[in-house]
Design a protein around this ligand. Structure first.
Ligand code: SF4
Length: 668
């Protein structure tokens, strides 16, 4: 058995380093690499399952074409010749914008951005922008700090208090969870704020159960308490911030009573949180769920403001940790993507791509590429997405499996898994190490890397010279900006992982990347982007009793669709038998009221659709909550996104998945 080092390519906080066991050119198993300074030999089941993902007999091994409703196997030459011809025709008849690329980040790696190089050299495209995942929060932190940066993982050792706000680290960020366990042993108090009493909440010293979507209101209550007591960090506010008076006015505009009622949190708890934030350093670890609402951007702005007012910005052990874009910014992406080559670009948002396709009458989408994603399960309002995609004359999916999205395509091109290709792996979410992964086994069947697929198509479309480089050539291009730090591909291959030159305590020099160079409670970037006044707003979710009283009477319960523990989004449901049905997690209050007991068949529904599953009763969380993990495939009862709305968040063209009300019935 040969043992090799590789890395996890999944869209996850942790970017783990692997030891991969290989025998007779097959990946046999995967374990954690104990030498990695952050991930330290621990990996999760989603990562281990990548061996199964590589070897499964369900993999697509050859290019496929749909003919009279049936799949037929064709050669790569035929597939690429036909697809290239359709792209040429669309470009000549309309514009390069008649070709659309719908993608996401399911299978990561530095060279995955060559898709942008391909479409830029093609002359343009219709691209998807915004984010299903974290868009509102990223936009919020760009307005407040000028960028979204996090503290290095080991800086938690400097914290005297820790607040985990809406992140079930035990499931989604296991190396943070391990650090939380260690900090608890050292006696550092941990607070978890979340509508669900999950594994990380169980670890906490204090669990604050909050009404879904009302986190910003709670943050403002804590700010109001700090101001009332004169506990704010006056030196930081006076010297390094802009717009503080606007925040004071916002806090004055609402009473504690209103906040308590809106967020379902007691005055006593608000007071305790004010103590926590002013007895720091206090580090805050934000999750992504609370910004998947219409008010999501302002929610993150209010929590950022709390960290700033309480003096927890730019200090060791503090921070408002959300994403860490500094990691991705380390690379020379523009050398790889050639943005100067794009001529004609139309943008659809990820959330509204279905509406936009259906509405594109004068310049229709003629060819749709789906890569690194499964929008039919992952984009909200599934029925609308299906209708839109089925209206496109030619759909091409690049995938390893016949996902819901691949199944409606006209061509499916089989692509390699992480162990069948070479790349550099990192995550712009938690730690700042990059990992090298070499090609360890030959591709199954005729699978090809995305890089090879773009290269072969580029040759047929007349810009093959832009792809005449080897994998190493491209990796070296991407690392050019790091050469000045002595970081080269050769060194990375030798050492397997390297720490990137990223600040471990962002903003410690108090120079923020905002237009004023200060922390901005009122955003000048917002004004530049055309928003009315740049002030933080205190607003309700869209599907709330205040905004839609009739709708919420008809559909009274809050549907959350959190990340599954065992599958990275939709990627593993087809490989794990026990996941192949819908589990509806129902709060004990709803279950009591509706006469539902564990194991009952239930149906949840709203105006957009219906989903059926087996009830599982959850306790100690918010009484109005129902959760169904996202990612389920149609053939196993999904997608849950038949119920979710396709609206956009207040900032950053983010998603509003959780801004969703439903009703539930027991099926006799
Ligand atoms: S999914 Fe995340 S935690 Fe699991 S192995 Fe991959 S990077 Fe590590």
């Amino acid at each position: 058995m040969e043992k090799a080092v590789s890395a996890c390519p999944l869209n996850c906080w942790d970017a783990c380093s692997f030891h991969v066991n290989i025998d007779q050119q097959e990946v046999r198993s995967i374990a954690g690499n104990h030498d990695h300074p952050v991930t330290q030999g621990k990996i999760c089941g989603r990562g281990r399952l990548l061996a199964e993902r590589t070897n499964s007999p369900q993999r697509i091994l050859h290019p496929l074409k749909k003919w009279n409703g049936e799949w037929i196997q064709i050669s790569w030459d035929q597939a690429l010749d036909e697809i290239a011809l359709k792209m040429k025709e669309a470009k000549e008849k309309f514009s390069p914008r008649a070709v659309m690329h719908s993608h996401d980040y399911s299978n990561n790696g530095l060279l995955k951005c060559l898709d942008q190089r391909f479409f830029n050299c093609f002359g343009g495209l219709t691209e998807v922008v915004g984010s299903l995942c974290w868009g509102a929060g990223i936009a919020a932190q760009k307005w407040d700090f000028g960028n979204a940066y996090s503290h290095a993982p080991d800086d938690i050792e400097n914290s005297k208090r820790i607040v985990v706000w809406g992140r079930n680290a035990a499931n989604t960020n296991m190396h943070l969870y391990i650090r939380l366990q260690n900090m608890k042993k050292k006696g550092v108090p941990i607070t978890v704020i979340d509508p669900i009493h999950h594994t990380t909440a169980k670890l906490a010293d204090r669990y604050v159960c909050i009404k879904p979507g009302m986190d910003g209101w709670l943050a403002l209550g804590v700010i109001k308490t700090i101001l009332k007591n004169g506990w704010e960090d006056k030196h930081f506010i006076e010297n390094y911030t802009e717009g503080f008076q606007d925040l004071v006015e916002l806090a004055s505009s609402i009473s504690f009573k209103e906040i308590e009622k809106a967020a379902d949190v007691s005055r006593e708890t608000i007071q305790e949180l004010a103590d926590t934030y002013t007895s720091g350093p206090t580090s805050t670890f934000l999750g992504l769920g609370m910004q998947r609402y219409r008010n999501g951007g302002n929610t993150i702005r209010l929590i950022d403001a709390l960290a700033a007012v309480s003096g927890n910005v730019g200090i060791p052990g503090g921070g408002c940790n959300y994403g860490n874009l500094a990691v991705g910014e380390s690379f020379s992406k523009e050398k790889l993507t050639l943005p100067e080559r794009r001529k004609e670009v139309r943008q659809f948002t990820r959330m509204n791509q279905a509406e936009d396709i259906l509405g594109a009458k004068e310049l229709p989408v003629e060819v749709l590429f789906i890569t690194r994603s499964n929008p039919l399960t992952q984009v909200p309002d599934t029925n609308r997405v299906r209708k839109a995609f089925e209206s496109v004359p030619t759909v091409v999916a690049v995938d390893q499996y016949m996902t819901d999205s691949a199944a409606i395509a006209d061509y499916v091109l089989p692509c390699t898994t992480v162990f069948e290709e070479e790349d550099i792996y990192y995550a712009s979410m938690y730690h700042h190490y990059m990992n090298y992964g070499k090609k360890l086994v030959p591709p199954k069947g005729e699978a090809k890397s995305d890089r090879e697929i773009w290269k072969m198509l580029a040759e047929r479309l007349g810009f093959g010279d832009d792809f005449k480089y080897t994998t190493d050539d491209f990796l070296e291009m991407g690392l050019q900006s790091l050469n000045k730090y002595g970081i080269t591909l050769e060194k990375l291959k030798k050492e397997q992982f390297i720490e990137l030159p990223v600040d471990s305590v962002p903003w410690k020099d108090r120079h923020f990347q905002t237009p004023t160079g200060k922390y901005e409670f009122t955003s000048t970037l917002a004004l530049q982007e055309g928003f009315s006044d740049g002030k933080i707003k205190l607003i309700y979710p869209e599907e709330s009793e205040v905004n839609l009283p009739e709708h919420t009477k008809q559909f009274p319960y809050q549907l959350l669709t959190i990340h599954p523990l065992r599958s990275n989004h939709s990627q593993s449901y087809h490989l794990i038998g026990s996941l192949q049905s819908i589990t509806v997690h129902v709060s004990d209050s709803i279950a009591d009221f509706k006469g539902i007991t564990e194991g009952d068949t239930v149906e949840i529904y709203n105006k957009r659709g219906r989903v059926r599953g087996k009830a599982k009763i959850i306790k100690n969380g918010h009484p109005n909550v129902i959760n169904v993990d996202e990612g389920q495939w149609q053939r196993f009862g999904g997608s849950i996104n038949v119920l979710t709305p396709s609206g956009e968040s207040d900032l950053g063209q983010g998603s509003t998945f959780y801004d969703c009300k439903v009703d539930i019935e027991k099926i006799s």
